[in-house]
Design a protein around this ligand. Structure first.
Ligand SMILES: [Ca+2]
Ligand SMILES: [Ca+2]
Length: 223
């Protein structure tokens, strides 16, 4: 190899090393910026998840996944999954006495679908339970549901358990209506940390009922 060729090779290697360092510096800088951005976005999402100042109590709709706290018009994160039965009932819910637990679209309050619990002779009381949720921090909550009934009462309960697995001792917060037009049921209650809880919808399980419809459920933390 001539001295000139060797000089060119050294020059190319040096240039390559400098380019490599520049590229690495750019990657590190951009990664830090992206990470910072991701953290900022997450922080914004966490704030977004807590409360959205709104005027939903005068008709401004809340975003999907949020429920309107009528007391101050803010939108609060809805802790119940599939709350308006827009997805199949196997999503976030399970039937306890399933003969007549049906999603229907001929009468509903929100979206396309609602839930019908149709009590029929000799088939037992239809009951639909939400999945078991775990409450992380002690606080005060509001549960609400749109409901209507035919030939008796539609009943919606929140059951709070001493164990996070929805077992142990329990307290029932119940609400019901015999109205044949859509009515809002509301219960306020508190939960300790690490309590398990479920929503329990029923027709003829505790009080007389022929048909009960439910839609637009919400459970949210108010303090
Ligand atoms: Ca619905
Ligand atoms: Ca019936």
């Amino acid at each position: 190899m001539t001295r000139k060729a060797q000089g060119s090779l050294e020059y190319i290697l040096l240039l390559g090393a400098v380019l490599f360092l520049i590229i690495m510096a750019v990657i590190i800088t951009r990664t830090n910026i992206l990470l910072g951005g991701a953290e900022k976005t997450q922080s914004n999402v966490q704030q977004w998840n807590t409360t959205i100042e709104s005027m939903c109590n005068v008709g401004v709709p809340c975003p999907a996944g949020y429920a309107c706290y009528q007391a101050n018009g803010s939108c609060l994160l809805n802790l119940i999954g599939n709350p308006g039965f827009e997805q199949d009932l196997s999503v976030n819910w399970s039937g306890e006495s399933p003969p007549e637990i049906i999603r229907v679209n001929d009468t509903r309050k929100e979206g396309t679908w609602s839930l019908l619990l149709n009590e029929t002779t000799n088939q037992g009381a239809p009951v639909l339970n939400s999945q078991c949720y775990v409450n992380s921090d002690a606080g005060n909550f509001v549960f609400s549901a749109k409901a209507k009934a035919s030939g008796g009462y539609a009943r919606a309960d929140v059951i709070v358990y001493s164990e996070s697995t929805c077992s142990g001792s329990s307290t029932v917060y119940d609400a019901n209506t015999s109205s044949t037009s859509w009515t809002t049921l509301t219960r306020e209650f508190s939960m300790p940390a690490n309590a398990g809880y479920k929503v329990h919808l029923s027709c003829n399980a505790y009080i007389s009922c022929d048909d009960a419809w439910f839609d637009d459920l919400a459970l949210y933390r108010v303090s």
